[in-house]
Design a protein around this ligand. Structure first.
Ligand SMILES: Cc1cc2nc3c(=O)[nH]c(=O)nc-3n(C[C@H](O)[C@H](O)[C@H](O)COP(=O)(O)O)c2cc1C
Length: 367
């Protein structure tokens, strides 16, 4: 196999039983980041076909992007499109630099194709990420696809100060992403999910939309939800998003619920604290997408994420109401060809159904 495969895919696929393997793979990918030759090699191997969709005021080559958490510090930002992704979300970024929770904090359950993580927003902090993005841009190394920034609450800040914490990070990064995702749904920062309750959420949304007003900009702001919320809270959060002029909802983050383990490795993984991602999450993610789509009559853009690892799972998220998609665990378990294979499969289905484009399939399951 090629050098690219040995550097990237093998660490990701066969050795990602720990955070170190993730770091190795990301380190390898970041070597390609500032090499046009390297990126063109990757691109030849992993490029996805076009399946264009207009969403959030932008044109995406196809719906599938990289989910938050994979490239927290935006180290390999320009290399991801060469792996076939049509958009990238970096982060989660917090206002203050943080180490995250003690290691080990990432576990695999291979039989279920699931990960359990309790990372806790380890990241270099908003100012440091901004500086590296400024230098990336000055070197002409900015990706030619939409870039989203994922924003979380700093651990040392309590929920009363959360609105200022989020809005300051948003302010710091405003000129360094095309859109922003407010993450109030990670299970790994104590108290964070309480921000999904009405009053606290409205304070966060109000402060963050003021930043958009300050820049007189129409850059989209999205809200990322937990799959563990009941349907009523999910509807309330969708209503609050519309009330504050947000542009979209990302459904969903990881879950604190646990599937039945199939073997000892999975039992060990599922006994760790943190959030489960991957295949077991897909069913609930699709339910949440469906609920939001129905509740809002398709009026707010939905990004579907959770257990997408095949064209079947991607198609069901689209039919439930997602215009855009993301994945993380699917890349870990299936390797870098997963992106192009999903997009190819979606393209075939669009043709099979006789749709003129993928946007016609969005929410089709409700019609
Ligand atoms: C190790 C790891 C770290 C993550 N970090 C973040 C994060 O910082 N912010 C966030 O919003 N989501 C984070 N996520 C959640 C993913 O973005 C995604 O919502 C979740 O993994 C479900 O998608 P998947 O099943 O394709 O992995 C993280 C997930 C994993 C596995």
């Amino acid at each position: 196999m090629s050098l690219a495969w040995r550097l990237l895919a093998r660490p990701i696929i066969s050795r990602l039983d720990s955070e170190r393997s993730h770091d190795l793979a990301l380190g390898a990918l970041s070597k390609f980041d500032n090499s046009n030759y390297g990126k063109s090699v990757l691109s030849r191997m992993f490029q996805s076909p076009d399946l264009p969709i207009h969403a959030l005021g932008r044109l995406f080559h196809h719906p599938l992007g990289l989910a938050a958490g994979m490239d927290k510090g935006a180290r390999a930002l320009s290399a991801w499109p060469a792996l076939g992704f049509s958009w990238i979300e970096y982060g989660g970024i917090t206002r203050f630099p943080q180490d995250g929770n003690p290691k080990p904090r990432m576990f695999r359950a291979n039989s279920e194709k699931a990960l359990v993580n309790s990372m806790g927003f380890n990241n270099p902090g908003a100012s440091s990420v901004r500086d590296s993005l400024i230098s990336r841009k000055s070197l002409g190394n900015w990706p030619n696809v939409p870039v989203a920034a994922n924003i979380g609450r700093s651990k040392k800040v309590d929920n009363e100060q959360a609105p200022a914490d989020y809005s300051q990070t948003l302010d710091t990064l405003w000129n360094h992403a095309d859109m922003f995702v407010l993450n109030v749904s990670s299970p790994n920062t104590p108290g964070l999910r309480d921000l999904q309750q009405e009053d606290l959420l409205e304070n966060v949304l109000s402060e963050c939309t003021k930043i958009r007003d300050k820049y007189s900009s129409d850059k989209p702001i999205l809200l990322k939800l937990s799959p563990d919320n009941d349907d009523e809270l999910i509807s309330e959060m969708a209503d609050a998003s519309i009330k504050f002029g947000l542009d979209g909802i990302v459904a969903t983050n990881t879950t604190i619920s646990r599937p039945e383990p199939k073997n000892t490795q999975s039992r060990i993984a599922f006994s760790q604290s943190g959030g489960v991602s991957g295949r077991p999450l897909h069913k609930r993610s699709v339910e949440v997408i469906s609920n939001i789509y129905e509740h809002t009559n398709g009026k707010i853009t939905i990004v579907g994420v959770g257990g997408i690892d095949s064209s079947e799972s991607a198609w069901s998220s689209i039919q439930s109401g997602a215009s855009l998609l993301q994945l993380y665990s699917g890349l870990v378990f299936n390797g870098p060809r997963v992106t192009s294979s999903i997009v190819r499969g979606l393209k075939s289905r669009v043709k099979e159904y006789g749709f003129s484009g993928v946007s016609e399939a969005v929410g089709y399951g409700h019609r």
